[in-house]
Structure formats: C-alpha cells, structure tokens
Design a protein around this ligand. Structure first.
Ligand SMILES: *Cc1c(COP(=O)(O)O)cnc(C)c1O
Length: 386
C-alpha cells in the first residue's frame, strides 16, 4: 500500500497555529490602553495566514474591526461570513463605490472625486457611506495633507450620504527608537485632529498605531490601534522583541515525494548548480517551489529539518518542487542524520523537536523582511489550521 497523508492532493502545506494567533492577540490587548479598540490588519490574506479563518479567531480573541488592502479582500471576508467593520486602507478606484456600499465595506478617502461619488451612490441606495479619512503627516504615500484638511472636509461634508467614521495616519518610522521624524508625524497628526475638532468636524475613531507603535507608543493609542504583523507572531523590528512576547503562527511543511542515491558527480535540478560530492548522499524531492513562496534566490542557501536533523537544500529551487541532500555518511556519527524515506516530514519554517527555522532567518538570508516571506507562503500552499 502506498503511504497516504493529508493533504491528499499535495504533500506540502502551511500550518497555522490558531492558539498562537489567540495568544498574540491577547498580548496586544494587554499592551493597549483599556477601552482602545483593535483593528486587526488582515490584508494580503492575513499576511499569508488565511484572512477569513484568522479574522474569526481574531474577533473571538478581542479584535473589533478589520483592515484590508483591496476591495476584493473585503468582499472575500464578507462572503466568508465576517460581519464586523472592515476598512480598506487606501482609496479604491471610484468604480467600486457600489460594491463597497453593497458589502458594507468602508473605504479610506482622500480625494474629493471619490468622496462625492461614494456619497452620491450611498444616497441613491438610501444609505449613509461610512469612510475613514487618511491624513498624510509625512510618509507621502496616501492621505490629505494637513494644510488641505479643513478645505477638504468643508468641500465634502455638505453631502448627507457621507459619514466620517474614522481619521487616521500612518507612520514611516515607527520601528525606530526616539525618532525625530516619528515625533514630527505624531505632532502633525495631533494638530490636524485638533484643528478638525475645533472646526466642528466629526472625526470618528482616531487611530495611528501600527504594530511597532502599539508596542512602543501607548500614548498614541487614541481610539484604536491597527495591528498587523505582530498578531501573526512576527516582530516588526528588534526594538519590540524585548517588549512583547509573540509566538509564530505559521509553519511550512512538506513530505518527501521521492528519494534517490545518485552517483558521485551527478547534478541536481536545473543547471546542475549542485553536484553530488561523495557516496551515500540521498537526494530527496519535496513539493515546494518558488510558486509556493519559496524564493528561488534561496537555492543552495537554505536548510530544512528532516527527522530531527538539518539538511541542506541543493540545486535550483524549481517552480513547484525542490531537492534536499541527506548525508547518510553521518549515520554513524554522534549526531546522525537518519536516512530519509518517501513520506518523511520536512519542516521548511517552524519548529520540529528542539530545532526551529524562523521566518526572520529566511527573510535575513533573502535581504527582505518577515512580512514579505509570510505573504509569499500564502500564495498557493494549502492551509492547515491546528
Ligand atoms: C499594513 C498596515 C498596517 C499594519 O502594519 P503592521 O506593521 O503589520 O502592524 C497598519 N496601517 C496601515 C495603513 C497599513 O498599511
């Protein structure tokens, strides 16, 4: 009988530890001031962790609202049964206004054209369109500049189809200690909110903290914090690590689909960038490739854990598969590498026994940040929730 494992259709998967997701959410609730709301950022399919499933767990652990990047992400949440407030973190194309209102998804607003089209559409549907106003306090990405704020609100506020449900900004340098640029953005935000308030405008929920600012700057919690990466157990920077304990939520695992014992000097994978250097090297294939988020740039530069031992990935990482080398020569050594068999469990990311390979380490090897590595593994691999 051939060996059978779950997932039946492909022996590679992303494992999502929902207990860790819950614990991380509680840690953030504890770090936030009492009464402050949590907007859980679940954009990019919850940073690769699966937005619908994660959103439900996040809500049951204390998240009040959800943030996504695109209209499609918002619709997917609604169709998956997520009933709580959803905000799109930038202003979507104007053609989306009807979809937004139909699905009750709040847009971020910073152009008059969009705001008025959204208000018009809301009125025609006998609704009031909630939106959040973005203020560009210095990052130069999105938002209304502080000097234009009062005029902007004056121009759109006559519209009865519009309601400001929130006012926010986003920091460019929240991950730097005692940063002058951060302080400047924070001050501009406070002054802008004060000016709007004094002019009689409704601000809705005021928010600016992302993960690092939630950890480092509770004085800037205002009404709500927008927490993303930290919920998934990943530290946004070295500064936050000593201040909040987080457990990684994502592991990436696979099973060996083939084992061969090639002759010395035989090549492995495209271009033969690896050649078998000696006798008794097993070459095992695992069904994970760059289309699954395992960057091809890691070819011959990463390790996996198999049967409690570290093994090198060898040869070029292909689109859907890659190979690892198991050195059976060490089988009689003090720390033996056991021979590998068809169906053996391989850990690419995560813990196996006492050993662990972190997303942070992989990101470092790639010259990128943990955010990107996590997102990429969400692309194609099946998710298993544990
Ligand atoms: C992505 C994003 C966040 C979350 O950032 P983290 O560093 O993951 O906490 C918050 N606010 C905005 C506007 C974002 O785009």
């Amino acid at each position: 009988m051939p060996k059978r494992f779950y997932p039946e259709t492909r022996w590679s998967w992303v494992e999502i530890d929902l207990g860790a997701l819950r614990r991380n959410t509680s840690e953030f609730k504890k770090a936030m001031r009492p009464g402050v709301r949590m907007m859980a950022v679940v954009k990019a399919d919850a940073y690769g962790h699966g937005a619908v499933r994660c959103a439900k767990v996040l809500h049951s652990s204390g998240a009040d609202q959800f943030a996504v990047a695109t209209v499609d992400e918002g619709v997917a949440l609604r169709e998956g049964g997520v009933e709580w407030p959803i905000l799109i973190l930038s202003e979507p194309p104007v053609d989306c206004v009807e979809t937004l209102l139909r699905y009750d998804i709040m847009p971020t607003v910073y152009t008059e054209e969009f705001a008025l089209a959204y208000g018009e559409c809301a009125s025609s549907m006998n609704k009031v369109g909630d939106y959040h106003l973005a203020i560009d306090t210095g990052m130069n990405r999105i938002g209304v500049k502080p000097v234009d704020l009062l005029q902007f609100r004056h121009f759109i506020d006559f519209h009865r189809g519009l309601r400001c449900a929130g006012t926010f900004t986003h920091f460019a340098t929240a991950d730097v200690l005692d940063d002058w640029d951060f302080a400047l953005q924070a001050n501009r935000f406070k002054e802008a909110c004060k000016a709007l308030h004094e002019a009689g405008y409704e601000l809705g929920l005021v928010h600016c903290d992302n993960t690092p600012a939630t950890v480092m700057h509770p004085e800037l919690d205002f009404d709500m914090c927008r927490v993303g990466i930290g919920l998934y157990g990943l530290q946004p920077c070295e500064l936050t690590a000593p201040r909040i304990h987080l457990d990684p939520v994502m592991s990436v695992r696979a099973r060996v689909t083939r084992v061969v014992n090639p002759e010395v000097n035989e090549g492995v994978s495209y271009g033969f960038t690896y050649r078998v250097p000696k006798k008794n090297i097993q070459i095992a294939t695992i069904p994970v490739g760059y289309a699954d988020g395992l960057s091809r740039a890691l070819s011959n530069r990463m390790e996996v854990i198999v049967n409690g031992a570290r093994c090198r990935q060898v040869g070029r990482i292909c689109m859907d598969q890659c190979m690892i080398a198991v050195d059976v020569n060490t089988a009689r050594a003090i720390n033996p590498t056991p021979p590998v068999e068809y169906g053996d469990l391989v850990t690419l990311i995560g813990r196996d026994g006492d050993d662990e390979i972190t997303i942070d380490k992989m990101a470092e090897a790639l010259g990128t940040i943990n955010y990107e590595v996590a997102c990429r593994f969400g692309m194609r691999l099946e998710k298993m929730y544990v």
